[in-house]
Design a protein around this ligand. Sequence first.
Ligand SMILES: [Zn+2]
Length: 136
Amino acid sequence: MQKAIVRDTFFLAQKSQETSREDLQDVRDLVDTFKANRDQCVGMAANMIGVKKRFIVIDFMNLPFVMINPKVISKSGRYETEEGCLSLSGRRKAVRYQNITVSYQDMQFQKHTQEFTGYTAQIIQHEIDHCDGIVI
Ligand SMILES: [Zn+2]
């Protein structure tokens, strides 16, 4: 079910908690909300629909890609850029890394470790920041 986008910066500044199987309906709601906002965003984190849990959805090869309990375990190639966010107006400066290795679980809670580069890596870093209460 599509949910409203949270823009409350006090709420968004709070850290999210580990996701468990009981949160799967919220994961599906995030995917639905992401699909409904596809024209204006490339990724979303759970707290953007009011759920303080660690899961995100990103655009990966034009499909919604869910990462549960995602964590950057290594990074290289620091650069500075500017980003926007559906929960904020305007664009802000951000420091990102060109190459990242991320550990996460899929919707069956299988563990994965995967490398990402470039724009996909940038989106993942932005969304994982949301899980830590960082909005750009
Ligand atoms: Zn954002």
